[in-house]
Design a protein around this ligand. Structure first.
Ligand code: UDP
Ligand code: MG
Length: 153
């Protein structure tokens, strides 16, 4: 099983889409292992968006991500990193496929509703950045045998 980080951005909070977005991950069959609301600090944003820190639009990313508290969550499943990226859709909401979260709920690059980890390696780093070990829960997903076939588990 993989675990991945999702952040419901201020665009999701202000547009009251948190429930709708969480519902999509739940319906897919992913297991919610952690969830909390937090206000992102300057330091956390610099770490999280380190690959964009030198871009001219970084101040705008920071301002957007700090506009309201965000909801961070951890989802678990087989190949969960890619499954969640596919549910999210491509970065630009105007280009994201209809049916994806970004494709259905946004028309912006910045205000694109969610962040989702892009690789298994980054998912582990990001989960560690946003959650303490005692905030991520292990429990039995009772429908597991109806979510996956026995030879997938
Ligand atoms: N972003 C932006 N302009 C760009 C690239 C990125 O505003 O040209 C923002 C956008 O909110 C995006 C985030 O920075 O979701 C992180 O960028 P990344 O390329 O990692 O895209 P993602 O992994 O979120 O699809
Ligand atoms: Mg990214």
């Amino acid at each position: 099983m993989e675990r991945t980080l999702v952040i419901l951005k201020p665009s999701a909070i202000q547009r009251a889409l948190a429930g709708e977005v969480i519902r999509r991950f739940e319906r897919k069959g992913l297991k919610l292992c952690a969830i909390k609301m937090m206000q992102l600090s300057d330091e956390l944003i610099q770490q999280h968006y380190a690959h964009l820190v030198d871009r001219p639009f970084f101040p705008r990313i920071k301002e957007s991500m700090q506009a309201t508290p965000v909801i961070v969550c951890c989802w678990e499943g087989i190949e969960a990193v890619q499954v969640v990226r596919d549910l999210a859709g491509t970065t630009n909401g105007r280009k994201a496929a209809p049916g994806s979260i970004r494709g259905d709920f946004g028309v912006s690059v910045q205000e694109n509703i969610i962040h989702a980890s892009d690789t298994v390696e980054n998912a582990a780093i990001e989960l560690n950045r946003f959650f303490g070990a005692d905030e991520i829960f292990d429990y039995q997903q009772s429908a597991l045998n109806f979510i996956y076939a026995s030879d997938e588990l």
